[in-house]
Each structure stands twice: as C-alpha cells, then as structure tokens.
Design a protein around this ligand. Structure first.
Ligand code: B12
Length: 461
C-alpha cells in the first residue's frame, strides 16, 4: 500500500509558514524518478533540497529489499542539476543517521521533528551562518560525525493534518486505497528490545488535544479524505488519551472511517473498543507479537499471555475488524513457543480477522536486541555495518522450519498471511480493482475472499 508522506507534507507546510517558497516532488508514482528529479530541480531552482527518507529496508528477512541505493541515486540526480545543499530527514534518519549520511554521501540530516528543526536550519543557511548548533540535526565534517540533541521531546504536540491535496496526487493514492495519516501523539514508553520508536519520537508522550484531533479528522474528511489512519507509535497508550480522542470524535459528525494498526493488548478493554466503534473506527490492529510468555518476556513487551488472551475475548465481543500482528523468532523462541502462538492464532482469533506473521527481526544498532544477538554469537558485523539489514532468529529454532509451520497453518486458515502475501506483485492491482468496485479500506478485512480468489487463479502464496 502506498503510504502518504505525512512527515514530508508537515515539513513543507512548516517551511512555508516560516516564509520560504516550497516545491514538493512526490516520487511515489514516478516511473522515472531520476528524470522527475531533474525536471523538478531545473524548474524550481531550489536553494536547499530536503529529501524525506522513510524506509531503510522492508524488514523482510526472506525477500529483503534495501532502499538506500535509490536514495543515493536521487541525491546524485539532484547534484547533476544544481549546487543546492542536500539535507536528509525522515524516520530512517533517526534510526541510523551516521551510516545513512555516509552511504548517501550527504553531509547534513534533520533528526528531530522536521517541522520545527528544518525551518531553523533553512534560516541559518539563508543567512550564510554556521548551523552546527541547531538542535536536532546530524552532520559530517572534517572531525567526523556530530549530532545535536533533539529539542523538546516532552510537553504536548499539535495535531497537524497537512493539506494533502496541496502537495500530493491524492487521487493516485486513493485509487490504491491509501489512508490519510494523522498523529494523535508522539512518543513511546515501551521497552521492546528490538524497537526504534523511542529513538525516533522519544520515550515520553507528547499528546495532542483530543479536540484538535477531532477537528483535524473533520478537515480531512471535508477535503474528501474519508479514510484516516492514526499513525501513533502506540494508539491506546496512554489509555485515557485514546479514550479522550475517541470521545471527542464521537461527538462530531466527521464522516470519516478511522483505523490504527498500532494497538497494544495491555491497555485494551471493552470500553475502549466500544469508544472506538462510536468514534467511527473501521479497523484496528493489535501488535501482540507472540502468544508465549517466554517470548513476550524475551522481547520485553511489557505484557503477558494473560493480556493477549484477554484481548482475544474483547475482540470477540465486538464487531470491529481486527488485524493480529505476530513476530516470530525473537529471543526465547523455540519450536514449542511457535506452536503455542500458532495454536492461539488458530483457536482464539475470529475467522473474519486477518492474522499476519513476520519471521525474523531486523536488528538495529543501539537496541537491546543488538546486544543479545552479539552475546549469542548471531551478530558479528560492526554496528556501522548494519545499514544493510541483519536479522535476529532465536538460536533455539530454525527459520525454515518456522516458515513451513506458518505456511501449513496458512493453507487451512485463509485469513492468515505472511510477508510473502504482502509482497505479492499483484497486490497493487487488487487494490485498484477493489477501489473501482467501491471497496473502502481496510482491505485486509477481505483477506479470506482475496486469498481464495488468488488461490483459484493459482496466485496465492
Ligand atoms: C504508522 C507506521 C506504519 C503504517 C503506515 C500507515 C499510513 N497510512 O501511513 C503501516 C503499518 C502501514 C506501516 C508500514 C510499513 N512500515 Co512503518 N511505521 C509507522 C510508524 C509507527 C509511524 C510513521 C508515521 O507516520 N509517523 C508520523 C510522521 C509525522 O513522522 P515522520 O514520517 O517520521 O516525519 C517526521 C520526521 O521524520 C521528519 N521528516 C520527515 N520527512 C522529512 C523530510 C525532511 C527534508 C526533513 C528535514 C524532515 C523530515 O519530520 C516529520 C515531522 O516531524 C513508524 C515508526 C515511528 N514511530 O516513526 C514506522 C516505520 C516508519 N515503519 C517502518 C517500516 C520498515 C515499515 C514497513 C516496510 C514494514 C513492512 N515490512 O511492511 C512498511 C512500509 C510501508 C510503506 N509503503 O512505506 C520503519 C522504517 C525504518 C526502516 N527500518 O526502514 C519504521 C521507522 C518503524 C521501525 N521499524 O523502526 N508503517
């Protein structure tokens, strides 16, 4: 699914508010990105070029895609046509700034919230002043790599719904059932061993006023963007804030269909799901990762199978479509724990819900998983050699065996999918056909039907 670049749009709008002239080039649908870059640079003659880099790779251990070669080609295409300094930003940069700057041969990146930091940086560049002390940036100079600390990762946040129509080809996104992203908060306080969310957004919460969230949803819906996805790191923590957001949304007639794929089973109960239903949710995702206490403890998820089973009970008492997300192969995983998780998925999830299995975990430098992998002798690469993805699989279980077990379960459960399913090359066409037929997101709630149809055509995974 093409993801609408909320971050880049927010940054573009903030720069305009600060008095700069901004041109946005979205390469999502560009068939010839280098030519598109050349044309855009020649016509807009920029003083500075900012590139938004979301994904380093696809987190898929089997069919790994590494995206930064493309970024490097885009940087080169910019430089062929102008001398403007290039600045990188986006979630990827917060994860591995130094390695990305070196790989892309760019000397400056924004690590903090782009909408605050980039305008400050532009002012310095415009004045010809040194910018090494701007908070929330990273740069390479003759001394090597430098990073300044990110400003204010506490307090509150604005719920900014960018004017997507101004910056993007919205019909092209809608024709593939893309949702309009919106954030109700920043930050994540969980300690999961593999995760980078704390590094990207900080570990304290910055909450948006629920009234402003309702207002932003209304504005998006009024502009025709009626499928809105809440893209918080975790939607339902803090619990009271999520409830407050739902309550405000249920008070207004916004006409949007909401979803969030980032719910945690810890703060999950009937009252929350009822509030989500009243608020206009059309789908939710539970990132439970495992149904084994040994693995949940190994991943440091902060909840146990008690909460996982409780979540299944809650889901069953409601109508809201649910996507269950599992991550197999973490520390402590064995054949028995995999079987436990599969048994849970087969017996406790509803047949109309989708169940997604990811196998193997991308190891990021600086995470606890990196230390675990080194201790276990799984990882030997130096931390600056981890840009090209390296994956963790528990030494107590074999990846090929897990894949077979998941496939076996998928063959009798048509609502189960794995990374091969979301990588199917026919999926964009499925999205387009669904859009033409008037189907509304989330498409995953039709997984059983889609897989059966693909199976009949011999195209299921
Ligand atoms: C929500 C989410 C999703 C949702 C998206 C739904 C939607 N409709 O948008 C779903 C579940 C679909 C998803 C899918 C995937 N995701 Co995801 N996702 C996220 C999450 C939690 C939030 C992203 C978000 O929208 N943030 C809010 C916006 C406002 O922030 P932002 O984009 O980062 O922008 C800010 C800054 O980065 C900066 N900035 C951005 N652009 C620019 C440009 C310039 C010039 C400057 C100066 C600054 C700047 O300023 C912005 C405003 O503050 C992040 C983790 C996180 N907490 O960031 C992972 C994350 C982005 N995802 C990630 C990945 C890997 C994926 C998948 C590849 C997973 C998979 N195997 O399928 C897919 C790819 C989908 C795609 N087509 O790109 C990784 C990317 C890094 C990496 N390892 O490569 C992240 C960081 C999580 C992680 N593993 O660490 N994802």
């Amino acid at each position: 699914m093409p993801v609408m670049p909320i971050g880049a749009c927010m940054v573009a709008e903030a720069c305009e508010r600060a008095g700069h002239r901004v041109t946005m080039l979205d390469l999502m649908f560009a068939r010839q990105p280098r030519e598109a870059v050349g044309n855009a640079v020649r016509s807009s003659r920029p003083d500075v070029v900012g590139l938004s880099v979301r994904n380093i790779d696809n987190n898929d251990m089997r069919e790994t895609a590494f995206f930064l070669e493309d970024v490097r080609r885009i940087v080169n295409a910019v430089r062929e046509h102008c001398d403007a300094p290039v600045v990188l930003g986006g979630a990827a940069l917060a994860v591995m700034p130094e390695a990305i700057l070196r790989f892309c041969e760019v000397s400056c990146a924004v690590l903090g919230d782009g909408e605050t930091v980039f305008p400050l940086l532009l002012d310095r560049i415009a004045e010809g002043e040194p910018f090494g002390d701007v908070p929330g940036i990273a740069y390479l100079d003759h001394d090597g790599f430098n990073a300044t600390s990110c400003p204010g990762q506490d307090g509150t946040t604005e719920c900014g719904a960018p004017g997507y129509h101004r910056w993007l080809n919205v019909p092209a996104y809608s024709s593939q059932l893309a949702t309009a992203p919106l954030q109700t908060k920043l930050g994540c306080a969980f300690q999961c061993v593999y995760c980078t969310y704390r590094k990207i957004e900080g570990n304290g919460h910055r909450l948006a006023d629920p009234l402003s969230v309702a207002d932003a949803v209304m504005r998006l819906a009024a502009s025709g963007l009626r499928d809105v996805e809440l893209v918080d790191s975790v939607f339902n923590v803090p619990y009271d804030h999520a409830r407050g957001v739902c309550d405000e949304l249920s008070r207004v007639k916004h006409g949007a269909r909401l979803q969030s794929l980032e719910l945690n089973p810890r703060s999950f109960d009937d009252e929350l799901v009822s509030a989500m239903e009243r608020a206009g949710f059309a789908g939710m995702g539970l990132t439970v990762e495992s149904a084994s206490d040994r693995v949940l403890a190994g991943l440091r998820k902060g909840f146990t199978t008690r909460e996982v089973h409780h979540a299944a009970d809650v889901v069953r008492r409601h109508d809201l479509p649910c996507a269950w997300i599992f991550l197999l192969g973490g520390p402590g995983e064995t054949r028995e724990t995999v079987r436990e998780t599969l048994r849970f998925a087969e017996s406790r999830t509803r047949p109309q819900d989708v169940v997604f299995f990811n196998i193997g975990i991308r190891i990021y430098p600086g995470t606890e998983l990196e230390s675990i992998a080194r201790r276990q002798g799984i990882l030997t690469a130096h931390s600056d050699q981890m840009l090209r993805p390296v994956f963790y699989v528990s030494p107590e279980v074999d990846a090929a065996w897990m894949m077979n077990e998941v496939r076996r379960s998928m063959s009798s459960h048509m609502n189960f999918i794995n990374t091969d399913s979301i990588g199917l090359s026919i999926l964009p066409r499925v999205h387009r056909v669904a859009h033409l037929l008037g189907v509304r997101p989330p498409l995953w709630k039709h997984t059983r039907f889609i897989r059966r149809s693909l199976r009949m055509m011999g195209m299921d995974v």
